[in-house]
Design a protein around this ligand. Structure first.
Ligand code: ATP
Ligand code: MG
Length: 565
């Protein structure tokens, strides 16, 4: 992680890596005096929630600004009111802040500059470099040709400046229907780069906009807004993903042909692709809209809000983004890398607790009924400062059903838990022996009758008593009832949306398992939404702030203890 006082060289060195290509470019630009101050921006379109791919772009832009003593803007690229909403604006701001980044000054919007963009469009028309075109979208696309075949001029390409100015003003005034006219740049209909074949600058959209209300009925295209917004904000390095490489000549054309106050440059890097994951806002929206998940923040979603609710930490997400690096070579990252970062951070941070997911009652016959003995355990094995937790021990306790097996012939190596006639250690408490199994008429195990070995709390058992292993437990009376939600991958296919595949076909029907009637140690009663725990032997869990409440606590399993769970 870098900060203001760490030059990038040192930052890279502390991470044990060479400078990546954008750091090299910036170092050179600063060295040659081409750039005085590094300004970057993160430019989301508010048409969905941010996902893990966006996190890479956020980390890159904000960390570069920090490392080079510059600033990073948060600018909403809000040029398409039809797909955008305030809800997304709010969620995106919350997600960027959650990652721990601070944008420079106020949040910015492309729509802040709509007046300037319009003035510049008028200036282009005045210079004979833009015209109003009457082709329909379909006609325009036919006229555009294709990569190997030059396009044809629009019949309106030769319109006079006066007529174009008049038509543009009337477009703005709302005189024409949606789709009936566009403003286009006059560049080159034969260019091998399709983006230079008289691209659209303005389209008619009779939609209310979440920031500008009903002020406008024409809206600039992405291309006519993005670079100009960069120039207005003094962005020095405009970093985007590789699919925009083809747009760069157009980006530069606008900068060359408009009276912009500064000269930003665009650089492209490879977008993050994760296996078992889709990172297209359109597809994520489809999952939400069609009810395949509970919402954008469903803990199975690769959105930042979903991962937060699941229990991923900002430190883990940032660490992951550092681990995968920045290159121009497209590649798919294994989801295990992200999971590693999450597990590693939670191992450091999360206090330990015991929670029995599938409770089986054990009655300790030689412990007096009604009595409570307080055991203690460290909240975290390495972090003494986190203190101790109290674990009440009582005659009736719960262990996990999976920690008992009736077959006492199971080898000690294979089954390091409780079997009839043998011993097991209860974590932080006594060694107990299973004496008897009580069943109902259907043969289901109702409870275990056991006895404790006196003097075994924090001490080795006497000669001849050989516990098979250590298991977790809670007091039956001094524990809380809770719900636990286990998650598996949302998709069973490593590349759910590759090629012609329909990503919905790869949805995992077992991605969510809800366990009710789980029993957590007493101290968990005070937990609040977002609190992390390692439930011993089970994994890392996080209190679901949305689902927990009057009815009790709901824990999401963030991730298992070991790889592959
Ligand atoms: P969509 O999937 O809907 O096309 P988008 O990528 O266009 O989403 P934007 O809101 O335009 O979404 O993205 C904001 C910024 O995040 C852009 O600079 C974009 O390049 C970057 N970004 C988006 N997806 C990724 C990704 N998978 N990896 C890295 N950066 C990304
Ligand atoms: Mg985009």
């Amino acid at each position: 992680m870098t900060n203001k006082s760490t030059p990038p060289q040192a930052a890279a060195a502390s991470e044990g890596r060479p400078l990546h290509f954008i750091e090299q470019i910036i170092t050179k630009d600063l060295g040659e005096g081409k750039v005085k101050r590094v300004v970057t921006r993160f430019p989301p379109e508010p048409n969905g929630y941010l996902h893990i791919g966006h996190a890479k772009s956020i980390c890159l832009n904000f960390e570069l600004a920090e490392a080079f003593g510059g600033v990073c803007n948060l600018r909403f690229d809000d040029t398409n009111p039809a797909r955008e909403e305030q809800e997304y604006v709010d969620a995106i701001k919350a997600d960027v802040a959650w990652l721990g980044f601070h944008w420079d000054g106020e949040v910015k919007y492309s729509s802040d500059y709509f007046d300037t963009f319009y003035d510049w469009a008028v200036a282009l028309v005045g210079a004979g470099k833009a015209y109003v075109c009457d082709l329909s979208a379909q006609q325009a696309s036919e006229y555009r040709g294709w990569a190997t075949r030059p396009g044809r001029d629009s019949p309106n390409r030769g319109r006079s400046v006066e007529e174009n100015l008049d038509l543009l003003a009337r477009m703005k005034a709302g005189e024409f229907d949606e789709g009936s006219r566009t403003l286009r740049a006059k560049i080159d209909m034969a260019s091998p780069n399709m983006h230079l074949r008289d691209p659209v600058l303005y389209r008619i959209r009779k939609e209310s906009h979440h920031q500008t209300g009903d002020k406008w009925c024409i809206y600039p295209s992405y291309d006519f807004a993005h670079g100009q917004g960069d120039a207005i904000e003094g962005v020095s390095h405009s970093i985007c993903t590789l699919e925009f490489a083809d747009h760069r000549p157009l980006y530069d054309w606008f900068i060359d042909n408009l009276p912009v106050p500064s000269r930003p440059r665009q650089y492209e890097f490879a977008r993050l692709e994760l296996n078992y994951t889709v990172t297209s806002k359109r597809k994520l929206k489809q999952l939400v809209d069609e009810g395949h998940v509970g919402g954008w923040d469903d803990p199975r979603m690769p959105t930042l809000s979903g991962m937060r609710r699941r229990g991923y930490t900002p430190a883990a997400v940032r660490r992951f983004c550092d681990m995968i690096g920045v290159t121009r070579a497209a590649s798919t990252v294994d989801i295990g890398t992200l999971e590693y970062a999450v597990r590693d951070d939670l191992n450091e941070q999360a206090p330990r607790a015991m929670c029995v997911l599938d409770p089986l009652k054990v009655v300790v016959g030689n412990f007096p009924a009604g009595e409570v003995e307080h055991m203690t355990q460290p909240a975290h094995p390495q972090r003494q400062a986190m203190g101790q937790r109290r674990l009440p021990f009582t005659r009736e306790i719960f262990i996990d059903r999976a920690d008992f097996n009736e077959d006492s012939g199971l080898s000690r190596k294979k089954f390091k838990r409780l079997v009839p006639g043998e011993w097991v250690r209860l974590r932080g408490a006594y060694v107990i022996r299973a004496d008897d199994v009580i069943k109902n008429t259907a043969g289901e195990i109702l409870e275990i009758r056991a006895s404790l070995v006196p003097g075994t709390v924090g001490a080795n058992p006497p000669e001849g008593v050989r516990p098979r292993g250590v298991i977790h437990w809670v007091s039956a009376s001094h524990s809380i009832d809770c719900e636990v939600r286990l998650y598996d991958r949302l998709f069973t296919d490593e590349a759910p949306d590759a090629g012609e595949k329909n990503f919905l076909d790869a949805l995992n029907p077992h991605s969510l398992t809800v366990l009710s009637g789980c029993r957590g140690e007493q101290g968990l009663a005070g937990a609040a939404g977002g609190d992390h725990f390692q439930f011993e032997r089970e994994g890392y869990f996080c209190v679901d702030g949305k689902l927990s409440g009057e009815g009790g606590l709901v824990f999401n399993r963030t991730i298992g203890l070991k790889e592959g769970r």
